[in-house]
Design a protein around this ligand. Structure first.
Ligand code: GNR
Ligand code: NI
Length: 172
């Protein structure tokens, strides 16, 4: 298993659109394992392949409480097939925008179809944090990050901070 480097904003690779996979192969399962290990190592609750520079529609997630056991979830080719009119606000963060948080409005509940780790078609009703997280991850597969949902003023402040941090990190 390997911990992969996570791409941080601003970076043009985070704006690319990922492609569906034809089938869940052993190679994909190994990659999902690496993604999960990477996510746990960074203490994230989700990770999209785009964030580690891979343009396939692959997502891993674990929204279990820290003190509980691990509950890994794998989503291949996830797709929202229904979303509620009702919305929800959640203070979102992102491993690709380290240290930055903003309130994001999204549909409160979604139905998502996807292939599981075994390549079997599945559909789930997601609510609360699961709904927020899966929508956040599907956004990544479409080149969208959470700051694309907030005001331009707030987005520019966050992106300017991250740009400055990159500049400072590159200087030492
Ligand atoms: O670790 C993460 N926490 C989080 C908190 C609120 C809403 C979404 C997320 S996802 C994020 C990990 C990540 O960047 N996934 O792409
Ligand atoms: Ni993210």
């Amino acid at each position: 298993m390997t911990i992969l480097p996570i791409i941080t904003a601003p970076d043009p690779r985070l704006k690319l659109i990922a492609k569906p996979v034809a089938a869940v192969t052993d190679e994909i399962r190994r990659f999902l394992d690496d993604m999960l290990e990477t996510m746990y190592a960074s203490e994230g609750i989700g990770l999209a392949a785009v964030q580690v520079g891979d343009l396939r529609r692959l997502v891993v997630m674990d929204i279990a409480q820290r003190d509980g056991g691990r509950e890994p979830r794998y989503f291949v080719n996830p797709e929202v097939v229904w979303q509620s009119e009702e919305e929800n606000v959640y203070l979102e963060g992102c491993l690709s925008l380290p240290g930055q948080f903003a309130d994001v409005v999204r549909p409160k509940t979604v139905k998502v179809k996807y292939l599981d780790y075994d390549g079997k078609p599945q559909q789930i009703d997601a609510d609360e944090l699961l709904a927020t997280c899966i929508q956040h991850e599907i956004d990544h597969l479409n080149g969208v990050v959470f700051v694309d949902h907030i005001s331009q003023v707030k987005r520019d402040i966050i992106l300017r901070k991250l740009k400055k941090e990159k500049r400072l990190a590159a200087a030492d």
